[in-house]
Design a protein around this ligand. Structure first.
Ligand code: NDP
Length: 449
């Protein structure tokens, strides 16, 4: 494990002691701090202003009760969260996650990552994240609507176009954003499109937002490939997950001439040597909210479904973890290396464990961290905000072009910054330092607040 700079050890110790049991948050902070040694050496002003300590403490953390009534008339109870982490660059911006594993530590890790990711996009957005331990799986549309309405009945007082702008994440897609926006509009009596992103196209949404995170991740990998004089042509890729990010990552890999031969959900994974059938995958997962096992059954003998084992044992040139945090561990990373994988790029947030990242970097596999590789989603959310502010809507082609340009610029900033700090080619160092310095400079300029 990389060592922490001496000046940063007390900062990390303080994060652990002030946030007990929040292991994912500790992991996310440590990963950033490990890159910052050369920065504090070069910029003593960051230490003087206690910028890093202040950055690790959210500006505001909101926890609230979410009662709702299920279809059988029983009262159900969930917990809601919104962590408004940092607003030095703009209003808090980051998604809402509805999943039974959500607790404060998950929301804080995601919010912390979001600060640097949003900074890397070069757009005027701060970092935040929220969610609930509500599990939408198996719930009717009416139950999801009642839950979303109850959730927004508390959340509305904390958010706004210039304050905090939530979006989707795991378990929160177009349906949930619709119910949330409807309740916000009803309570406030204002048609404030810019308060949420990921909206439907007929009520303030942006073309390409649905595709943006997956497409953006693949655009980033395309830059990694072309930097080495290579392309997606004929490449075998494995994509974990089969949700929003995974589906559109698969689509873009196919458009660029690669072949995705495996994807997964939380029950298992499917391998299909001729390439995943995207139309069927969309029908099963997006339209019917079904399981990957149904997909495999519909594909018959051309697909091989496994309920056990790891998707990372499937040999590939490029691996794109697009499901959830800590889904690719040290053993998986060794398997990828042994199978000749050349690039791992995180479509999900923090899917690779620290051990996995160590193995990949030590073996010369090029590794792109989520805060750079999956920033296309939030960048396109910011484009949605721009369209809302100017009451305009852009074409698919124009918006996709903007997304591609942003991903190219993030890629370039990562490499230039890594170079500047003596870590040529290291995307982790480049992303962390480039994301950090912009926020840190703004915090210094704004004074001790
Ligand atoms: P979705 O809910 O659309 O899909 C999530 C996928 O991951 C599903 O296939 C799901 O399987 C699987 N999954 C979720 N939790 C687990 C788990 N504990 N173990 C195994 N598999 C799991 O979410 P998204 O595609 O939107 O998000 C995926 C990742 O991308 C997350 O890390 C998210 O934070 C990140 N991300 C998303 C962005 C966006 O714009 N949506 C932006 C940037 C990052 P199952 O159906 O079985 O639950």
């Amino acid at each position: 494990m990389p060592v922490l700079d001496e000046q940063l050890i007390p900062v990390f110790d303080e994060v652990v002691s002030r946030n007990p049991g929040e292991t994912e948050f500790h992991q996310a902070v440590r990963e950033v701090l490990e890159s910052l040694g050369p920065v504090v050496a070069k910029h003593p002003e960051y230490a003087d202003g206690e910028v890093i300590r202040r950055l690790c403490e959210p500006e505001r953390q909101i926890i609230f009760r979410v009662p709702w009534v299920d279809d059988a008339g029983r009262v159900q109870l969930n917990r809601g969260f919104r962590v408004e982490f940092n607003s030095a660059l703009g209003p808090y911006k980051g998604g809402l996650r509805f999943h039974p594993t959500v607790y404060l530590g998950i929301v804080k890790f995601l919010g912390f990552e979001q600060i640097f990711k949003n900074s890397l996009t070069g757009m005027p957005i701060g970092g935040g994240k929220g969610g609930s331990d509500f599990d939408p799986k198996g719930r009717s549309d009416a139950e999801v609507m009642r839950f979303c309405q109850s959730f927004m009945t508390e959340l509305y007082r904390h958010i706004g176009e210039y304050t905090d702008v939530p979006a989707g994440d795991i378990g929160v897609g177009g349906r949930e954003i619709g119910y949330l926006f409807g309740q916000y509009k009803r309570i406030t009596n204002v048609y404030e499109s810019g308060v949420l992103t990921g909206k439907g196209l007929t009520w303030g949404g942006s073309l390409v937002r649905t595709e943006a995170t997956g497409y953006g991740t693949v655009f980033f990998v395309n830059e990694m490939l072309s930097t080495g004089g290579d392309s997606f042509d004929g490449k075998r890729a494995v994509v974990s997950g089969s949700g929003n990010v995974a589906i559109y990552a698969i689509e873009k890999v196919h458009q660029l001439g690669g072949r995705v031969i495996a994807c997964s959900d939380s029950d298992g994974y499917v391998v299909e040597e001729s390439g995943i059938d995207l139309d069927l995958l969309k029908e099963v997962k997006e339209e019917r909210r079904g399981r990957l096992a149904d997909y495999a059954q519909r594909r018959g003998s051309s697909a091989c479904y496994s309920a056990n084992g790891s998707i990372w044992s499937v040999p590939c040139d490029i691996a794109l973890p697009c499901a959830t945090q800590n889904e690719l561990n040290g053993t998986d990373a060794k398997q990828l290396v042994a199978n000749g994988c050349q690039i791992v790029a995180e479509g999900a947030n923090m899917p690779a464990t620290p051990e996995a990242i160590d193995v990949l970097r030590a073996s010369g596999v090029r590794f792109a961290p989520g805060k750079a590789a999956n920033a296309g989603g939030v960048a396109t959310s910011a484009l949605e905000m721009q369209q809302n502010a100017s009451r305009d809507s852009w074409t698919f082609e124009y918006t996709e072009e903007r997304l591609e340009k942003i991903m190219r610029s993030i890629h370039r900033r990562c490499l230039e910054t890594a170079d500047e700090y003596g870590a040529t080619g290291d995307y982790v160092v480049g992303a962390n330092i480039a994301g950090f310095t912009q926020v840190a400079d703004a915090m210094l300029a704004l004074g001790i607040i």
